[in-house]
Design a protein around this ligand. Sequence first.
Ligand code: C2E
Ligand code: CA
Length: 785
Amino acid sequence: MNLKMNRNSSSVNKIITQQMLVNQRIKLMYQHFGTSFPANLICATLLLAGLYKTINIQFLLAWYLAIIIISLMRIGLLIGYRHNPQHDNLHLRLFIIGTWLSAAMWGIAGSMLMPQHDILGQLLIIVIIAGVTTGALQTLRESFAASFGYIIFSIVPLIIWLSLQPNSVYLLITLSVLTYFLFLTAVAWQGYQIVLEMLSLRFKNIELVDDLSKGNDYLKNTNQSLIESQRLFQSAFDFAAIGMGLASIQGRWIKVNQSLCKLVGYTENELLDTDFRSIIYPDDLNNDLHYMQQILTGNIPAYKIEKRYIHKNGSLIWVLLNVSLVRDLKNEPLYFIAQIQNINAQKNAEKELEQMAYHDPLTTLDNRAQLKKHVNEAIINSKESDKKFAFIMLDLDHFKHINDLLGHDAGDKLLQEFSKKLKSSVRYTDKVTRLGGDEFVIIILDILDENMVINIAQKILDVTSRPMTIKGHTIYTTTSMGISIYPNDGRDMTTLMNNADLCLYRAKKIGRNNYQFCTTEIQSTVQEKILREQSIREALLNNEFRIYYQPIMNMVDSNINGFEALLRWKSKKYGDVRPEEIIPLAEQTNLIDALSILIFKTVSKQIKAWNTNEHNVITISINLSFREFSQINFVERVAEFLKINEIPKNRLEFEINENILMQDPATHIPIIHALKNLGVQISVDDFGTSYSSLDYLQKFSVDRIKIDRSFIKEITYNDKSRSIVKAIIAMSFELGIKTVATGVETIEQYDFLSQHGCNEIQGYYLSEPLSPELASKFLQEKLYF
Ligand code: C2E
Ligand code: CA
């Protein structure tokens, strides 16, 4: 389209230039006529004066008159042209005709007016014609038709007249005039060409000047628009409603606008002093850097992402970021341009929408739609990690009664409180959802074993059975649960839910306030545990628990320094039950307190029985489980116990597993110090199993470490165990901590430990754990060695 226009305009330009050339030529010819016309008249008058005696005067005057008329006509033409110069071609044609007529008059003079016998008169005419024609050539250069015609009409009659004369001199004159004629014709042609060239050059110059001035105007305009667009960019940048910033390829801010400063809470100078990375929320940084790399390598021209910035006050702001790259003429990257839009409000609205779509408005728990998502995620997670998950369906027992009795408001409040309790019973990563009414589902992820689910279910029962105060009423609630396990009881949500629902129904049927597993084996384990729990209760009531004592001997003097108290349960139903089974079960069922008190009381009696005088110093050590040791006010309770039972100092010792101590040293160190201040000795049990450093243990100021029996077992045949035991003994000696080797069964083990300076030993080599009676006998009769 543009090309076409340019072509059109260039042809129009050509026409204009041609026409202007013609116009210019006409103009010049009319101008010259102004000077040639008086010269013409003077020559004609001279000729009249020179020939009036030799030529018929009438004829001469007629000729002179004709010249004057022609001249007047031509003057009329000149006036007409000046008055109305538009009709160029007509003016040109008329001008040429006038010229020819004028030349023809000189042709008449050179032929018909020639005085036959007046040689001087002839000469005069020839000279005047030559002069007039030469002059005409000069003035008619602009039109070859005019100048050539002029020569033809003025000279050819003369040549003809001369050639007709009989004298040979005339022949010579004829030839020279002919030569002159040819010369004049050539000159006329050349003159015409020169004029044409001059004029076209002139027009080209005019065009050039015109183009130049146009170019100048264009440059001026371009410059002006550049300045204008720069100014527009500057003000768009400075006053843009959204944040804008230029950042170098290395990541430093080069330029930031006020909106950006406002968005992130920093001043312009503070931002310019930093790297753009410093305000990006760390989790979003990698994504950003990835896209920037893509831009730099030219894979993408720009990118647009949603991400978070950190405001100066520490809060997070959601922004929509638009980044593009500016390159130089060689395509080298110069800087990034970032447009940053605050989309916090939009994000909040999205969140609200999501909250509405996936959450229960009453309890703010996830709803059924979200449960589907959770189950699908849990299935994927389980497949990847090869772990199971539990689907617990539960409802509040007799919720309908509470609702009917206290009203819906109270019912709603109860559901809210109940939801909070459910959430507090499980880990943060587990999912609690409300299906509707008083129906809930809990998903327990990453199940290690069935005990874990049993414990959680038990915890839910415990927590939800605590009374709640709703609108001034104390309400006691209980919960029933049906539990299905993925993948055993279903591989999709519908099957898991149906099975859990069936089990829930069973739980309700057998009296509520309990949980039922769909997997029969788990359910029988649960049943078994429940039975054992009841048995522990009964055993406590029936006084079935006993404490056995295993002696600990000093290696230097072979004296018995003390005994370790070990729990024994001879159940009528289950036979001998190992303490490792009793303690965790007692912990889960809150029976540990009662059991602890029993052990403490029994041991304190035994301490008193064995420490009858100052010389008999027998220490009894009690094993502490994690729950016992981490009881609130444990130190105070021990202090009270020591006081009430009047236990002398250094007669009681606590054995605490190395694992337990190292779990939270900052909390445990002051507890140990406080116990030691009460005169209780502390030993670290099962030492060597937890990779804790002896050096660190010194901070606890423990009295003994009990080397785990797994090392002692191997000292006679395993070099590594031997080296470990030797090192423990040597280092403990350096640190002033006594060492007790446990599980010593053979004389070889005894000899080795004796050689390497172990302080005390305990094990079947010396004695098995003994009943109190046998232990007393052992002590009195020195039944060892
Ligand atoms: P532990 O603290 O390592 O107790 C030593 C265990 O090693 C005892 O097992 C004891 O019978 C056994 N033993 C002693 N000498 C030898 C030996 O030469 N060879 C072998 N193979 N074993 C030996 P027991 O009585 O079955 O106790 C097991 C664990 O139960 C104890 O390990 C202790 O952690 C815990 N426990 C026992 N009684 C109590 C208690 O009253 N309270 C608490 N919290 N835990 C207790
Ligand atoms: Ca022990």
